[in-house]
Design a binder for this molecule. Structure first.
Ligand SMILES: O=c1nc[nH]c2c1ncn2[C@H]1C[C@H](O)[C@@H](COP(=O)(O)OP(=O)(O)OP(=O)(O)O)O1
Ligand SMILES: [Mg+2]
Length: 203
């Protein structure tokens, strides 16, 4: 089975590919399809954005497309940055500027008030028009300073009390096991295996 990842985020591509390839799925990226330009993320929810990115990509490539819309919800900020996580500090989408803005907004706040969660909605769209969505969540605490250099985005600030580490301090297989994206993708893989079984049975 062939799947095109409807994302321009290299960190997501790395994490999604690692799991998909181990299931024998052939993974293509938007680099292979320049005709899919920038897709405006104008939805109010992760689900709306994921569905849009997957549907547009499936339509323009003629292949099954998988999109991920994700973000960080910080309780003290009433769920911000949420769907605006990528553009938190401006439209140029800088991870370091986003992290700095988040740290400044939480300056002096004790750990028990720094609770947060990552959300991920994965949408799988087929060229015929059908779309399936799944979601995953991962709870954590916003650290007082960045730690670690693995991962991407807000990983250096996303601290997991059970592990005593941030997402940027754990390796990719462990992150995929416990992360919002890994949990959503596990369900997406179940759906994909049902799809490919159906296709095989249809001959
Ligand atoms: O595991 C994660 N570890 C750290 N940060 C993360 C993670 N998962 C999402 N995030 C952050 C990155 C970005 O600030 C926003 C996603 O925004 P989102 O629009 O879904 O992705 P994006 O614009 O980077 O790429 P694209 O839309 O092409 O898939 O949440
Ligand atoms: Mg985006």
């Amino acid at each position: 089975m062939k799947l095109v990842l409807a994302t321009n985020n290299k960190g997501k591509v790395r994490e999604l590919s690692e799991m998909l390839v181990s299931y024998g799925i052939k993974v293509l990226s938007l680099n292979d399809f320049p005709q899919v330009g920038d897709i405006e993320e104008d939805g109010k929810t992760f689900k709306e954005n994921a569905v849009k990115k997957a549907t547009v990509t499936a339509g323009l490539t003629g292949l099954t497309a998988l999109a991920d819309d994700s973000g960080l919800e910080v309780d003290y900020l009433d769920g911000a940055p949420g769907v605006y996580s990528a553009r938190f500090a401006g439209t140029e989408k800088s991870d370091s500027a986003n992290n700095e803005k988040l740290l400044n907004l939480l300056a002096g706040l004790p750990p028990y008030k720094r609770t947060a969660r990552f959300q991920c909605v994965i949408a799988i769209a087929r060229p015929g028009g059908s779309v399936h969505t799944v979601q995953g969540t991962c709870e954590g605490v916003i650290a007082g300073e960045p730690r670690g250099d693995m991962g991407f985005g807000y990983d250096p600030l996303f601290y997991l009390p059970e592990y005593g580490k941030t997402f940027a301090e754990i390796d990719l297989p462990l992150k995929n096991k416990i992360s919002h994206r890994g949990k959503a993708l596990a369900q997406a893989l179940e759906y994909l295996s049902e799809l490919s079984n159906k296709e095989i049975n249809r001959g």
